[in-house]
Ligand binder design. Structure first.
Ligand SMILES: *Cc1c(COP(=O)(O)O)cnc(C)c1O
Length: 385
């Protein structure tokens, strides 16, 4: 037996140091579109606060001044299946179903709970899961808990996807195709109409789409890429999160009533966890009620994203992004760290994204734009490149 039982962890951490892949929790103070780290104030390009609402005190005060006594609770004290199912949950879910024009909706504690819970609940050994190679870690972890067989297809290679469906369709009861709509690391977008078309041609195929980075940002009313592309009705499991553009906490699925009821009975990350506090749910509903009004913010974000994308291309970096998330691919982790440090010195807070979050050799800086970025901010970014 090892004498110092902690030695293993210490050695592992040292080897992470050696490859530039050791992570640390940064201390940060957020002030609107700025962030102060170790006393240095920088333009924050690493936040998921895509609509620039998370520090909007006016909106928060409006909410706090109007929220009713019964929704001010700061704990649900139990799972929704026991005593935690407060009325505000039903109100939020009705509102979601109304907005998306679906039969029903179900709310979860986080996107992580959502992705860890849905696939294991709805799949069994006669299910095949076909997931895009680049789906989020939370989806991968959910798949690990499934009894289903899973094959990951090459990123956005829908030709390969269709071949896999063709080859396997007679061996499984159902096939669930899983993708993000805007991919979190490359900022590129799934072709939802094409996926909907594939689904329509194969009756055993269901679609699972995670809109974590698109909800609030895309679509006329901010409902996501599925709204923008007219595909809401074609997606069996249309999911998204409240923690990013919607400046709250939690996640949702909009779906058929039978799917919702099934999840209530089978989804362990819904059943075995304390529900979010009613106050948070009330705030999410408040933000959703205002979602169509944030049209100008969405527009502004689209404009500055287009502009920065063009700059990346002009400067020879190339750009695969089709959204407000723009990767600047560097290659080696060490180089990405140096470049990030240089940009931070110049007042732009971008962070290096390294393995295992992205594949080996594709370490990068991830620029995540928000609706608060103005013309002067863009100029600062361009200068600092
Ligand atoms: C952020 C994210 C999640 C996790 O959502 P949380 O609410 O932060 O747990 C899930 N899926 C994707 C694609 C994400 O980017």
């Amino acid at each position: 037996m090892e004498e110092n039982i902690y030695k293993y962890f210490e050695q592992e951490l040292e080897s992470l140091d050696g490859t530039g892949n050791r992570r640390k929790l940064p201390h940060a103070v957020n002030e609107g579109k700025y962030i102060s780290v170790n006393g240095k104030r920088m333009l924050n390009l690493s936040s998921n606060d895509y609509l620039g609402l998370a520090c909007n005190h006016k909106l928060q005060n409006e909410f706090l001044n109007t929220v009713g006594e019964k929704d001010r609770l700061l704990s649900a004290s139990s799972s929704r299946l026991l005593t935690g199912n407060f009325g505000i949950y039903d109100e939020l879910e009705s509102r979601l179903a109304e907005l998306f024009r679906t039969e029903s909706a179900l709310v979860f504690n986080s996107g992580y709970h959502m992705n860890m819970g849905i696939l294991p609940a709805v799949s069994d050994s006669s299910t095949l899961i076909l997931a895009d190679k680049l789906v989020h870690a939370s989806i991968i972890d959910g798949i690990r808990l499934c009894n289903a067989k899973c094959i990951r297809f090459r990123h956005q290679d829908y030709g390969q996807l269709e071949k896999l469906i063709e080859k396997n369709k007679n061996d499984f009861n159902r096939i669930i195709v899983v993708t993000e709509s805007i991919f979190s690391m490359d900022g590129d977008t799934a072709n939802l109409p094409l996926l909907a078309d594939i689904k329509k041609r194969y009756p055993g195929v269901m679609l699972y789409v995670d809109e974590a980075h698109a909800v609030g940002v895309r679509g006329k009313n901010g409902l996501g890429l599925a709204e923008e592309t007219g595909c809401i009705k074609d997606i069996d499991f249309l999911c998204g999160t409240f923690g990013k553009a919607l400046c709250s906490v939690g996640a949702y699925i909009v779906c058929r009533k039978s799917v919702r009821e099934y999840l209530v009975n089978r989804m362990r990350t819904l059943i075995f966890t304390t529900a979010l506090p009613p106050l948070n749910i009330a705030w999410t509903k408040f933000v959703l009620d205002h979602l169509p009004d944030f049209y100008e913010r969405r527009n502004n974000l689209a404009l500055s994203s287009n502009m920065l994308r063009r700059i990346f291309v002009d400067k020879g970096y190339g750009c695969i992004s089709e959204s407000h998330i723009l990767p600047l691919i560097i290659g080696k982790s060490e180089d990405a760290i140096l470049k990030a440090e240089d940009m931070q010195k110049k007042g732009v807070y971008v962070l290096p994204i390294r393995p295992p979050t992205v594949p080996e050799g594709t370490s990068r800086l991830r620029f995540s734009l928000t609706a608060s970025i103005g013309k002067n901010d863009l100029e600062l970014i361009i200068k600092s490149l």
